[in-house]
Design a protein around this ligand. Structure first.
Ligand code: AMP
Length: 278
């Protein structure tokens, strides 16, 4: 497994693969890898003969008040995990390599990124779209794999690829959960045992909501109310609970087609997100 730290070197490697007729799939991550990430590697393997995992904690998607400095890292363990899943290369640039200091061009999506996480994190998605565009230019992939855990992010990347004609096919993988239902996340490491227990209320509330819908409830407000209550009773501070159209991400009042229930909530200072499709 190669570990590549320079953009030019990554591009040269990708060009070599392409000239030899190889297919490249990239899995962009911020590291501190878990089975959620590795499930995307497994999907990548099915589509391409060369899998590149990018590991870069992207400063431009964090607000000054957020957890950039304490974002968890374990590069050695990440390498071992990737090696064991037969990843071909890790692209691990440093900040100076990605943002040499005089960057002044951004990729901005202006519709899907306004709501949900974009409401309380207004500069987050332009950081994401910009870094993903840069990672695509470095790794020259045929396929890029994203998790449905970050549902809004995947929708925005699809839109970016469509609107800017990136020759990359976006593939998504389902949310991978711990055995008790908590969505896997690098940020779960921040939770105290007590917070970890209480944070389970997010996935439980989403399951309860699904049951209500199966029993015939269609009014979004009632379902949202139930989720809010369950999370706040468990000491969580809800950032948002929304039921949205699965494509446009527009909030729905009535559920009469494919919808997604999306939640963001704080437990202590840790902000967690989760969603289910209904
Ligand atoms: P991150 O390192 O948190 O930026 O995530 C990198 C990629 O892994 C993103 O496409 C995420 O959506 C995906 N991902 C993170 N956690 C999970 C999970 N529990 N299940 C599926 N995909 C995930």
């Amino acid at each position: 497994m190669k570990i590549i730290r320079k953009i030019r070197e990554m591009q040269a490697e990708a060009e070599k693969i392409r000239i030899n007729g190889g297919k490249i799939a990239v899995v962009p991550t911020m590291g501190f890898l878990h089975e959620g990430h590795m499930s995307l590697v497994d999907i990548a393997k099915k589509h391409a003969d060369h899998v590149i995992v990018t590991i870069f904690v992207n400063p431009t998607q964090f607000a000054p008040t957020e957890d950039l400095d304490k974002y968890p890292k374990d590069f050695k363990r990440d390498c071992e995990l990737c090696e064991s899943r037969k990843v071909d290369a890790i692209f691990n640039p440093d900040c100076k390599e990605m943002y040499p200091g005089d960057s002044s061009v951004w990729v901005v999506e202006e519709r899907l990124s306004k709501g949900l996480c974009g409401r309380t994190r207004p500069t987050h998605f332009r950081g994401v779209t910009t870094v993903v565009a840069k990672l695509f230019n470095a790794t020259l992939p045929h396929f890029a794999i994203f998790g449905e855990k970050d549902y809004q992010q995947a929708a925005i990347i699809r839109k970016m690829v469509r609107d800017l004609d990136f020759p990359v096919k976006i593939i998504t993988g389902p949310v991978v959960r711990e055995s008790d239902g908590l969505a896997m996340s690098s940020r779960n490491k921040y939770l105290s045992p007590d917070e970890r227990e209480k944070a389970l209320s997010i996935s439980k509330a989403l399951q309860e909501a699904r049951q209500k819908i199966l029993r015939g409830e269609r009014t979004a407000g009632k379902i949202i109310g139930g989720i809010n209550l369950r999370i706040s009773q468990n000491g969580g501070r809800v950032d948002y609970v929304e039921i949205i159209d699965s494509e446009t991400l527009e909030p729905l009042k009535k559920i009469d087609g494919k919808a997604v229930i999306a939640v963001a909530a704080f437990f202590g200072t840790t902000r967690l997100i989760d969603n289910i499709s209904v």
